[in-house]
Design a protein around this ligand. Structure first.
Ligand SMILES: Nc1nc2c(c(=O)[nH]1)N[C@H]1C(S)=C(S)[C@@H](COP(=O)(O)OP(=O)(O)OC[C@H]3O[C@@H](n4cnc5c(=O)[nH]c(N)nc54)[C@H](O)[C@@H]3O)O[C@H]1N2
Ligand SMILES: Nc1nc2c(c(=O)[nH]1)N[C@H]1C(S)=C(S)[C@@H](COP(=O)(O)OP(=O)(O)OC[C@H]3O[C@@H](n4cnc5c(=O)[nH]c(N)nc54)[C@H](O)[C@@H]3O)O[C@H]1N2
Ligand code: SF4
Ligand SMILES: [Mo]
Length: 755
C-alpha cells in the first residue's frame, strides 16, 4: 500500500548515501499519488551563456516547449531569499505539470534559480509529510504513526493545558523563523494563537537584526536604494555578500554595471562568484571590517579626498571622526585585517573618486560578536564621500525590508496578548533555553515547544545543546513541517504543512520594491494544512472563539493589503491577484537630506551610541573567538571558521530533494593549502572539525584561492541526518550573541581541523 510505503519512509533513519538511493527508487514507486517530477516532465533549461562559469549555474531561463496547456496561476517563491521570484505554474488534472519564473517581472525576469528549478520534485516529493503523525519510537529515532487531525489537536490541547496548569502559559515556547516568509503564513495569522495563549515568544534575531540596529545610529532609519540601480552606478562595492549564491537575480545588475564601464570591489574572506567581475578583491580576515573601514576613512581624510561640502552641510561629528580614524594608520589596519597597504590605498582612492557609488552592505560580517560595531563603521563611508541621497544609484543598500508595508499586525492577534512582558527567548540560544542554562528558564522551564517554519536542529547554533534539549522526556514537542526534518524526528506530534503551491499569501522583496501575491495552484496534498489554517484549528480546539480564528487565507490577504501605503498606490486584491505582482512607487531615500537622527543630520558622532555603551564614533573590537579576542582559545583552536550560505540549498531547505543531492557534494570544509600541508591533509581527505562545542566529520577541500591562510569555510545548513555521523555544521557554531540586538554569531568560531 502506498500509505504503508510512506510510513516506511517516515520511520527509517537514513544515511546520506542510502537516502539518495531510497529517494530515487521511492519516487518511481510512488508516482501518481505523491509522485516526483517525471523524467519526461523535467523542464529543459537553457543556461544564460554570457554569464561567467561560476555564475552560469545560478539563473536559468527555460525554453518554453509547445505542449498541451493547463490552467495557469501565479505564485511567489516565499523562501527567505531576497529575490522573492514571481512564478507561473500550469495545472492539469489537479496536478502541477510545469513551473517557470514570470518573464514579465523585471527583477526576477523569467528564470528561477538552479535550486528552485526543482520545485516540482519538492512539492511531489515521496517523503512529504501528508498526514498528522504521532511519535512511536524514542525521541530522535524518527518512528511515527499516522493519526487523525482530531487526535493530533486533542493531544496537543490536552498536553498544553496540563503544562499551563502547572507552570502558566509562558512554559509554552513558540519557535519559528523563515521556512516561508509571506505576511499571512509567517508574520500574521499563526501568531494569533500564541498571543491568545500567552506563550513565551522568541527574540527573532537570527538573521539581519544586528545591521538593522546599527544603521539608524548613522542615518536615523534603514532606507536602501532600489537595487535595480546597481546597473547604472559607477562603483559597486560588494561588502560581505555572496550575490551569485544568495541573490541570483542581482547578478545581472552588477554585470550591467561592468558593461556600462563601472567598477566592482569585493570585500570578503571568501572568493565568491561575483569576484569574477572584481577590479579589487580584498580578502579580509573575518570580523575585522571595522578596522578596514576606519583605515580607509583615515586615508581619505589624510589625503583630503572627502566631500567636505556634503560633510559640512549634512553631517555632525567630523572632527571626532577624523580623530578616531587617525588611530587606524595603514600598518595597524594591515596587522588587524591581513589586507596589504597597497590594496587599502587603492580602494580608498577609487571609493573617494568614483561617483555615483553603492556599497552593498551584506549580512555576513554582522554575524560576529562585534557585528554591530562593524556595520556602524562601514555605514560612515558613504557619508564621508557624500553619496547618500545624491542620486537614485548612489549611497548604500542593506535591505528593502525597511519599505515593507503590509498590514499583518491586523491579523497577528497582538491585541489578544494579556501579558505584553511575556518571556522572550533568544532564538540563537535555543539549546541553552531547553536545557535550563538560560537565566530565564532556570525557574520556569520550557515544557511545550511548538515549531513551525523552522528547522532548529539544522539551523540553530550549538546543535549539541539543541539536541540535548529536544531529547528531554519532559518536553512536549509539536513540529509543523513539509518534511520529516531532524527537528521533526524529536516531535511528539508532527503536523503536515502545505507548500506555497497549496495556500494563499502575499510577500514583499527584501531586494527590491515589489509586492507579490501567491495564489494556490492546487489543493493541499493529503491532509496538509497551511500554517494559518492549522493554528486556527488549534485555537478553536483550545476553545478560543475570536473572529480571527475563523479567518480564511483570502480574508487575511485582503486585510494585509489594506495598508495606507498600498491603498494610496491604488493596489487592490483583484489587481494584484491577476498580475501576481506590482512595483511599489518608492522615492530615492534621503534625497531631501533629512535624516531622522537626534540631530537631524548624519551622525559621525552619536550620543545615542555612546549612551548604549559603544564608542560614539566607531572602533575595532576583536571578536570573542579570535587571536586578539581570546588568545587562550586561539592557542588551542587556531583556525577562524566562517559558515556562510550554500548555493544549492536555501538554509536547511532542498537538501532532501534528489536532484539537489546529485548536484551537491558531501558537506566539506575549505582549507588553505598551507594550513592543510601543516596538518598533513590533502584534498578529499575525511577530516574532523573540532572545537569546545563538539566535533563533526567533513571532507577537506584544499584551496589556494577560495580562502586565505587562517580562515576555514564550511557552508550552512545541511540536514544533520544527511551528513556524516548525523551532525552538520551548526553542531559546533557559536551561540554567543552580537553586540547590537543580540543577533547570531555564525562566523565567530575558532576551530581545529585534524585528519
Ligand atoms: N542559495 C542560497 N541563498 C540564500 C540563502 C541560502 O541559504 N542559500 N539564505 C538566505 C538568507 S536567510 C539570507 S540572510 C541571505 C544572506 O545573504 P548573504 O549576505 O549574501 O550571505 P551569507 O552567506 O550569509 O554571507 C555573505 C558573505 O559574508 C562573508 N563573510 C563572513 N564573515 C565576514 C566578515 O567578517 N567580513 C566580510 N567582509 N565578509 C564576511 C561570507 O564569506 C559570505 O560570502 O541569503 C539568502 N539567500
Ligand atoms: N551556520 C549557519 N547557520 C545559519 C545561517 C548561517 O549563515 N550559517 N544563517 C541563518 C539565517 S540567516 C537564517 S534566516 C536561518 C533560517 O532558518 P529557518 O527559517 O529555520 O530555515 P529554513 O531551512 O528556510 O526553513 C525551515 C523549515 O521550514 C519548513 N517550511 C517551509 N515552508 C513551510 C510552511 O509553509 N509551513 C511550515 N510549517 N513549514 C515550512 C521547511 O521545510 C524547513 O524545514 O538559518 C540560520 N542558520
Ligand atoms: S530561492 Fe530566491 S532566486 Fe530561487 S526561486 Fe526562490 S526567490 Fe527566486
Ligand atoms: Mo537569513
Amino acid at each position: 500500500m502506498i500509505i504503508d510505503k510512506i510510513k516506511d519512509l517516515l520511520t527509517t533513519k537514513v544515511s546520506r548515501r542510502s537516502f539518495l538511493k531510497s529517494s530515487a527508487t521511492s519516487c518511481i514507486a510512488l508516482l501518481g499519488l505523491t509522485g516526483c517530477a517525471k523524467e519526461d516532465e523535467k523542464i529543459s533549461v537553457e543556461v544564460i551563456t554570457e554569464e561567467p562559469s561560476i555564475i552560469k549555474e545560478e539563473t536559468h531561463t527555460k525554453i518554453i516547449t509547445p505542449r498541451e496547456k493547463g490552467t495557469i496561476s501565479r505564485q511567489t517563491c516565499p523562501r527567505n531569499c531576497p529575490d522573492t521570484c514571481s512564478i507561473i505554474s500550469e495545472v492539469k488534472d489537479g496536478r502541477i505539470t510545469y513551473i517557470t519564473g514570470d518573464p514579465t517581472n523585471p527583477l526576477t525576469a523569467g528564470g528561477l534559480c538552479a535550486k528552485m528549478n526543482h520545485y516540482l520534485s519538492w512539492v511531489y516529493h515521496a517523503d512529504r509529510v501528508l498526514y498528522p503523525m504521532k511519535r512511536v519510537g524514542v525521541k530522535g529515532e524518527g518512528k511515527f504513526e499516522q493519526i487523525t487531525w482530531d487526535e493530533a489537536l486533542d493531544t496537543i490541547v490536552e498536553k498544553t493545558k496540563q503544562s499551563i496548569d502547572k507552570y502558566g502559559p509562558e512554559t509554552v515556547l513558540k519557535y519559528y523563523y523563515s521556512g516561508t516568509i509571506g505576511f499571512v503564513q509567517n508574520y500574521g495569522l499563526p501568531h494569533a494563537f500564541f498571543n491568545k495563549l500567552g506563550a513565551s515568544d522568541i527574540l527573532a534575531t537570527v538573521c539581519a537584526t544586528t545591521g538593522a540596529a546599527a544603521i539608524p545610529y548613522t542615518y536615523g532609519i534603514n532606507r536602501s536604494i532600489n537595487p535595480e540601480e546597481f546597473a547604472t552606478t559607477k562603483l559597486y562595492v560588494s561588502w560581505a555578500v555572496n550575490e551569485a549564491t544568495t541573490s541570483a537575480h542581482s547578478v545581472k545588475y552588477i554585470k550591467q554595471c561592468k558593461e556600462n564601464g563601472g567598477k566592482v570591489v569585493v570585500i570578503n574572506p571568501m572568493r565568491t562568484g561575483i569576484t569574477h567581475y572584481a577590479d579589487i578583491f580584498i580578502q579580509i580576515k573575518p570580523g575585522t571590517d571595522a578596522a578596514l573601514a576606519l583605515g580607509v576613512i583615515n586615508y581619505i581624510i589624510e589625503n583630503n579626498l572627502q566631500d567636505q561640502d556634503y560633510i559640512d552641510a549634512y553631517t555632525i561629528g567630523f572632527e571626532e571622526l577624523k580623530a578616531t580614524a587617525s588611530e587606524y594608520p595603514l600598518e595597524r589596519v594591515t596587522e588587524i585585517t591581513g589586507v596589504i597597504a597597497e590594496q587599502i590605498i587603492e580602494f580608498a582612492k577609487i571609493y573617494a573618486k568614483t561617483k555615483p557609488s553603492v556599497i552593498k552592505i551584506g549580512t555576513g560580517m554582522q554575524r560576529n560578536t562585534n557585528g554591530g560595531t562593524i556595520i556602524r563603521a562601514v555605514t560612515l563611508l558613504p557619508a564621508v564621500v557624500g553619496t547618500v541621497g545624491a542620486a537614485p544609484n548612489s549611497g548604500f543598500f542593506y535591505s528593502s525590508g525597511g519599505y515593507w508595508a503590509a498590514n499583518e499586525k491586523a491579523i497577528n492577534g497582538h491585541e489578544l496578548l494579556e501579558n505584553p512582558n511575556r518571556r522572550l527567548i533568544n532564538m540563537n540560544q535555543l539549546g541553552m533555553a531547553l536545557t535550563g542554562q538560560m537565566e530565564t528558564t532556570k525557574e520556569l522551564p520550557i515544557t511545550t515547544l511548538m515549531v513551525f517554519n523552522s528547522n532548529p536542529m539544522a539551523i540553530t547554533q550549538h546543535g549539541k545543546l539543541v539536541r540535548e534539549g529536544l531529547e528531554r522526556e519532559d518536553l512536549f514537542t509539536v513540529v509543523a513541517d513539509i518534511f520529516r526534518t531532524d527537528t521533526a524526528d524529536y516531535a511528539d506530534i508532527l503536523l503536515p504543512a502545505t507548500t506555497f503551491f497549496e495556500c494563499e499569501d502575499i510577500t514583499q522583496n527584501y531586494l527590491g520594491h515589489y509586492l507579490r501575491h501567491n495564489t494556490p495552484a492546487i489543493k493541499p496534498l493529503g491532509e496538509c494544512k497551511s500554517n494559518s489554517n492549522m493554528f486556527n484549528a488549534l485555537a478553536k480546539r483550545m476553545g478560543y472563539n475570536e473572529p480571527l480564528f475563523d479567518m480564511t487565507e483570502s480574508e487575511a490577504v485582503k486585510i494585509c493589503l489594506a495598508s495606507d501605503t498600498f491603498m494610496a498606490q491604488g493596489i487592490t486584491y483583484d489587481s494584484i491577484k491577476e498580475k501576481g505582482w506590482v512595483k511599489l512607487d518608492i522615492k530615492t531615500p534621503f534625497a531631501d537630506k533629512k535624516f531622522p537622527t537626534p540631530s537631524g543630520k548624519i551622525e559621525f558622532y552619536s550620543e545615542k551610541l555612546k549612551n548604549a555603551g559603544f564608542h560614539p564614533v566607531a572602533e575595532y573590537v576583536p571578536t570573542a573567538e579570535s587571536k586578539d579576542g581570546s588568545p587562550d582559545l586561539y592557542a588551542k583552536y587556531p583556525l577562524s571558521l566562517i559558515t556562510p550560505h550554500a548555493k544549492n540549498s536555501l538554509n536547511s531547505q532542498m537538501h532532501n530533494v534528489p536532484q539537489i543531492q546529485e548536484l551537491t557534494e558531501e558537506p566539506f570544509v575549505y582549507i588553505h593549502k598551507d594550513d592543510a600541508t601543516k596538518r598533513g591533509i590533502t584534498d578529499g581527505d575525511s577530516v574532523n572539525l573540532i572545537n569546545d562545542r563538539g566535533t563533526i566529520k567533513l571532507v577537506a577541500k584544499v584551496t589556494s584561492t577560495i580562502t586565505k591562510k587562517g580562515t576555514i569555510i564550511s557552508l550552512s545548513c545541511p540536514w544533520p541526518k544527511l551528513s556524516e555521523g548525523g551532525k552538520s555544521i551548526n553542531e559546533i557554531t557559536s551561540d554567543k550573541v552580537t553586540d547590537m540586538s543580540q543577533g547570531s554569531t555564525y562566523h565567530t568560531n575558532l576551530a581545529e581541523v585534524t585528519k
